[in-house]
Every structure is written in C-alpha cells, then in structure tokens.
Design a binder for this molecule. Structure first.
Ligand SMILES: [Zn+2]
Length: 270
C-alpha cells in the first residue's frame, strides 16, 4: 500500500489479520488502522492532526498496545510469542482505555505465536472485551490455527503477488480435490506430475493448500465433501510439509509423501 488512506472502521471487526510480504509493511498498516481507531478528529480517520493521531504517530498513545516477541538475556529476539504474553493481554484487555474510546492491541509477527499462545488468543477472540480491537500482523497467515483465522477478518496486502498466488491456489485446489476423491491412483498421478516444481513454487503451493484447507474449515470454501477430521488431518500434513521445505527437504520427497499420506490409509490400501 503506497498511500494509506482513511480507514472505514465500520467495516473492521474486533479482530483483523493483516497479511503482508514483509513484517514492516504489516506493522505500518496496523499502526495506521490503530491511529484511525483512536482518532478524535472529525471526518476521515485517521485525521493526522488531532492529539490522539499525533500520539499514535509517535508511538506513545497509551491505548495502542504493541505485543511483540521478547528478547532473551543476550538481547536476541525470541522465536515465539509465548502463552504468558497472550495471557497478559487477556488480563489487560478488560481494563478500560486511558484516553480513547477503545484499546487496540497490535500483535507483531502474530504468526510466531506458538500453539498454546494461539489457543489463549482464540479464547480472547471468541469473547473479546467490549471496545477492544486486535490487529494481528503476519507474513504467513497459514501459520495461524484455522480456528483463530475464522474469528478474524483478513486484510491481504500481497496484491503484487496476486498472479503467482492465483497459480498456487489453483494447484492447491487440484491437490485437495484429488485427496478428497479418495482415489490413490489419481492422487499419485497428480503428485508425479508436479514433483518437478522448483522449491519456491512448491513452498507457495504448500502454503496455498494450507490456506485453502483453513478456509474450508471455516466454511469460507466448499470442502469437496470432506469431513472436519479429514480437513484437519490434511491441514496438519501440509503444515509438516511446509516445515520440511523450510529445512530444505527435497520437493520430490514432499510430493512423494503427499502421494502416500494425503488420503487417510491410502498408502496402505491403494
Ligand atoms: Zn485524528
């Protein structure tokens, strides 16, 4: 987003996932939305002129609360946002705002919340205290639990990558259809056809497939007749593939694994 315009707060829910290519871009957008949420000016928000907007711009508004990964004792940023941090947010969120009509929590690198942290966040998102807004900054929304995603609206800033994303989404849909068909031979053929993808394309495919399954779990996409258990199992499998790709497991191995494991019991029966 080159130019951040006014924010239509009526269209924002109490929780929004802001997905961008870089953490900086996601954070910049989150700060802009947060400024709009506390702005006391008339007309378009954020006005950029009122006291609240100025404080937001300087990062000192008491009702805009950043949540980020802590540093260890050597000053290095930790890999994960912990459950204790999210519990602290839960405790703080019920306290009334200081100045503004609402409180806004900006969770930086929300995709680095570990599973217990995400489960704690889920409770918070299910029963948010009145007037509180959560902005979850991510570069990989696929790292979030489907149940967390289903509680949030998503703002996707990855416009530039739309063509590429469309391609991997189409591949993802083909793959999920093959898995849903329950036909191991069909799945095998499909995996064989795609095992030559380069690692970048394979990563994009695996991420898209994870997102598609998350959308199916939340009812945003038709699930090709698959049960919730099947969807969750496939989602878990793709999560593991994503982790393996990250440690440079070969693309061929990944597709081999998908061919065997994407249909429950398919490798044994087929
Ligand atoms: Zn303002």
């Amino acid at each position: 987003m080159a130019e951040l315009g006014f924010v239509d707060l009526r269209r924002m829910s109490h929780a929004c996932i802001i997905s961008a290519r870089s953490p900086e871009e996601a954070l910049r957008t989150a700060r802009h939305i947060a400024a709009a949420a506390v702005c006391t000016g008339q007309g378009g928000k954020p006005c950029g002129r009122c006291r609240a907007c100025r404080k937001a711009g300087e990062g000192i508004h008491p009702d805009i609360i950043p949540v980020c990964r802590l540093s260890d004792d050597k000053g290095r940023q930790k890999r994960e946002i912990s459950v204790d941090q999210i519990r602290a947010v839960s405790a703080d969120a019920v306290v009334l705002p200081n100045e503004a009509g609402r409180k806004v929590y900006i969770i930086e690198d929300a995709d680095s919340m570990n599973i217990p942290a995400q489960n704690a966040a889920l409770k918070l998102l299910e029963e948010p205290p009145a007037g509180v807004m959560f902005l979850l900054c991510v570069t990989n929304a696929g790292q979030l639990l489907p149940t967390v995603r289903s509680r949030c609206t998503e703002l996707n800033l990855n416009g530039a990558a739309a063509g590429e994303a469309g391609e991997s989404r189409a591949l993802a849909a083909e793959f999920v259809k093959c898995a849903a068909s329950g036909d191991p031979a069909r799945l095998c053929r499909w995996c064989g056809k795609n095992e030559g993808l380069d690692s970048r394309a394979a990563e994009a495919f695996v991420e898209s497939a994870g997102e598609l399954l998350a959308d199916m779990l939340c009812g945003r996409e038709e699930a090709f007749g698959m049960s919730r258990e099947e969807l969750l199992r496939l989602h878990g499998l793709l999560g593991r593939c994503q982790a393996w790709l990250r440690v440079n497991v070969g693309v061929k191995h990944i597709f081999g694994l998908l061919a065997v494991d994407a249909i429950a019991g398919g490798g044994n029966r087929g």
